[in-house]
Design a protein around this ligand. Structure first.
Ligand SMILES: N[C@@H](CCC[C@H](N)C(=O)O)C(=O)O
Length: 369
């Protein structure tokens, strides 16, 4: 059962943020108290207050006060108080996002600068990005827009769109199997919520032409870059470049070395050097991959605009495409990420990539803007 809490959360000036947190995150609320005092009001998901308000001090001591009566009758998702951003925090395998109901406008409710503040894990809500549910265009049901935690705007986000599907189902009060067409910066994608709650995404066709990825590495296989030499910080890596709407550089090893042992990589050191490499004019996401078998890959990612994350959906798709191109794996793979596994299929019949994985709501909140 989901419950809710209100917590003061200063962003620009002293402010107050209302968070609904699910039962398993109730203990988290005390660690969310870097402020002098935090006012917690617990709600059911429908916003009915269900337990006494609790005041928590910086020393994390708690005192339970007299129960307050009555509560707003509306659902949390119906809240419309102006001056606040109402959101739901979701994650897909630990790749976490602030989801915003933006169905009434094609302009994001917050700016990239505000997104940077909200994504901050110490001074904000904490997330890898912000995702907006917007009205569909070109006949699609919805449009998705995304801000990375650094405020840049990527074309697509695989884990994010699975969260997007679950958020829509919640907003529209839909149960069971559902399917939505979505316009994204990467073109049309199709989301399908399955009976078990997992979300399958038709991610469309991978883009392999070097100039469209984009990369300045010279094409070496048809028009694409496959297992090409890329010098980063004195090491010659073998790189395959794939776009899933957003750019990816997939690395299975270096020219000199053995296959990668991904747990041994110093990701925070080398990741930014790939991201900002001159060969990638739009920067790049980078996936470091270890092959366990032709259907089992292990990957760690350094994301453009977000750094090391626990999972990257587009990155997992790019990884399987690169593995097929390099002859390392088949078209159906489990990609193991720090946050858990994704199932990826690069289907021969239509050349589309399909990704299946989970998405979970974490808590509900409101933050003054
Ligand atoms: N985590 C995402 C990718 C988000 C966008 C990426 N950082 C970029 O700038 O391209 C995913 O799951 O695909």
């Amino acid at each position: 059962m989901a419950i809710a809490a209100a917590i003061s959360l200063p962003l620009t000036s002293p402010t107050r943020c209302y968070l609904n947190i699910s039962d398993q995150f109730r203990s988290l609320s005390s660690s969310y108290s870097p402020f002098s005092t935090c006012q917690f009001n617990f709600f059911k998901k429908d916003s009915t207050r269900i337990c006494p308000s609790v005041r928590i001090s910086t020393s994390a001591s708690m005192s339970i006060q007299t129960p307050e009566k009555s509560s707003p009758p509306t659902s949390f998702l119906d809240r419309r108080e102006s001056g606040f951003l109402h959101f739901v925090k979701y994650h897909g395998l630990g790749n976490d996002f602030i989801l915003v109901d933006n169905r009434n406008s094609s302009e994001p409710k917050i700016t990239p600068e505000q997104a940077v503040k909200l994504c901050d894990r110490n001074f904000g809500i904490g997330a890898d990005g912000v995702i907006f549910v917007m009205p569909g265009i070109n006949g699609t049901d919805y449009t998705v827009r995304i801000f990375n935690s650094d405020g840049s705007e990527p074309e697509m986000c695989g884990n994010g769109v699975r969260c997007f599907a679950r958020f829509i189902a919640e907003l529209e009060n839909l149960q069971g199997k559902q399917s939505f067409t979505v316009h994204s910066g990467a073109g049309l994608i199709v989301l399908e919520i399955q009976d078990d709650g997992q979300v399958k995404v038709d991610m469309g066709e991978p883009i392999l032409k070097a100039s469209d990825v984009p990369t300045r590495l010279p094409a070496n296989k048809d028009q694409s870059v496959v297992k090409a030499e890329l010098n980063v910080d004195g090491v010659t890596w073998n790189a395959t470049c794939v776009s899933m709407g957003n750019p990816h550089c997939v690395i299975f090893g270096s020219k000199e070395g053995q296959n990668l042992q991904v747990d041994e990589l110093k990701l925070a050191e080398i990741g930014p050097k790939f991201e900002h490499h001159e060969m990638f004019p739009a920067r790049t996401n980078t996936e470091f991959v270890q092959v366990f078998s032709p259907s089992h890959l292990k990957m760690r990612v350094w994301e453009r605009g977000a750094g090391a994350t626990l999972a990257c959906g587009t990155g997992a798709c790019a990884t399987v495409v690169a593995a097929v191109l390099e002859g390392r794996a088949g078209r159906n793979c489990t990609v193991e990420l720090p946050g858990g596994p994704l199932q990826i299929e690069w289907r021969e019949k239509d050349n589309h990539v399909y990704m299946t994985g989970p998405a979970e709501a974490v808590f509900y909140g409101s933050v003054p803007l």
